[in-house]
Design a protein around this ligand. Structure first.
Ligand code: PMP
Length: 405
């Protein structure tokens, strides 16, 4: 490996602690990652050195905060290779990004009888906002199914698409199955029929190198807290000609050009979509997280996570009665599983007593749970700072827990 794991782990203070007197094994990275000291420092520095409300006052602190905030916008633009900074809209997370896109796109383009295709493996946050919009507009949601390996049935798309299909919403990576979806292929099919494409990149942005121009998607959303950054910050990317056609999502300060009781005009992109005081310190510290990731190399991080995924999958596969959900070859470092005769919740609770943090439950994916006819799973998800030794501890603890039942 081209990076120093010991040094990297030391950069994450939270990883140093013991839980129930055992070293913490943090395998809940798909829910939220941990932060390196330089991100924590950036937050503290903002509050102690240059905190002021951005874009508004002509004083030193506000200017400095504005510069730092806008610097992060440029870092995000570079990170995903977007054409312009106007296409990077800060939100409070992927969920808000999807709600924004669904609302504004719906207002501009959706009419009664129109259809939106949403995949079966989506997180609730990439289903419900589209349903809300469809309900308002009299539109219909159509499900794009998966197979039992957790692969999207892309070949079904042609039959699901009708002249009324206006948008397809798909995750780049599934938060349960780990499946990496073939976004370029889906986009090509969609665009050949004049259909817009929305990608939920919550699980992808820290684990894949995103080239938004190459993917050619119309919208892309992600959250800083899953990228070693602060929580409460997210991004919505959109094609410029599309964003320009959309009405604002929320009204308030910043998003306006001129307000009169006879009518209001709106600010230019991206401010049209950033009403009110945003998460100033969070966005600034997100810049530090992007620096961290770029310095480390997303490709290096991804290679390491794949190594951990392969090692853990091989070990877990040897445990009798254990079933893994999501067995596609194109997969990121997420393993969801169940063990015959042991409830996932019991497994998670007992693993916690060994200092191991995994997630249990439905992972905000009811339709996916219904597909597999299950109530939930245990999910272990890896980041570059995890180690093979931690996987050994996890496997050993898992075997012990299973033997108790
Ligand atoms: N989509 C996916 C695939 C996710 O994994 C998550 C987070 N669990 C979300 C959307 C929602 O992200 P957030 O809670 O940061 O808004």
């Amino acid at each position: 490996m081209s990076f120093d794991l010991k040094k990297i782990r030391e950069e994450f203070p939270i990883l140093q602690q013991k839980i129930y007197n055992r070293p913490l094994v943090y395998f809940d990275n798909a829910a939220t990652t941990q932060r390196p000291q330089q991100v924590i420092d950036a937050l503290i520095r903002t509050y102690t050195e240059y905190y002021g409300n951005i874009h508004r006052a002509a004083h030193f602190l506000a200017d400095k905060a504005t510069l730092a905030y806008e610097e992060t916008r440029e870092k995000v633009r570079k990170l995903i290779n977007a054409e312009t900074r106007e296409q990077i809209i800060f939100t409070k997370g992927t969920t808000e990004s999807i709600n924004l896109a669904a609302f504004s796109f719906g207002e501009a383009f959706i009419h009664e009888g129109d259809e939106i295709i949403v995949s079966e493996m989506e997180h609730h946050s990439n289903i419900v906002p589209w349903q809300l919009m469809a309900g308002r507009k009299g539109a219909k949601i159509v499900m794009l199914p998966i197979d039992d390996e957790g692969r999207l049935l892309i070949e079904n798309m042609e039959t699901l698409i009708t002249p009324r299909t206006k948008l397809i919403a798909v995750a780049h990576i599934s938060n349960v199955l780990g499946t990496i979806n073939p976004i370029r292929q889906i986009t090509q099919i969609a665009h050949s029929k004049g259909i817009r494409i929305f990608i939920d990149g919550a699980q992808a942005a820290a684990h894949l190198r995103i080239d938004i121009q190459d993917l050619d998607v119309d919208f892309y959303a992600f959250s800083a807290h899953k990228m070693y950054g602060p929580n409460g910050v997210g991004v919505l990317y959109g094609k410029k000609e599309l964003l320009e056609q959309l009405p604002p999502y929320q009204g308030g300060g910043e998003m306006i050009s001129e307000v009169k009781f006879s009518g209001t005009t709106y600010n230019e992109l991206p401010y049209k979509f950033e009403a009110g005081t945003p998460n100033i310190s969070g966005v600034i510290a997100f810049g530090a997280a992007i620096d961290y990731l770029e310095n480390l190399g997303i490709e290096n991080a991804a290679a390491r996570e794949t190594e951990l995924l392969n090692y853990a999958t091989a070990e877990l596969s040897q445990i009798p009665g254990l079933r893994i959900y999501g067995t596609q070859s194109e997969k990121s470092g997420v393993i969801s599983f169940n063990v015959d005769g042991v409830h996932f919740f019991d497994l998670g609770t007992m693993l916690d007593k060994f200092g191991i943090a995994v997630r249990t439950g439905r992972h905000c994916t009811d339709p996916l749970m219904d597909h597999f006819d299950i109530q939930g799973t245990v999910r272990a998800s890896f980041a570059f700072y995890n180690t093979k030794e931690e996987i050994d501890v996890f496997i050993e603890a898992l075997k012990k827990v299973i033997s108790m039942f």
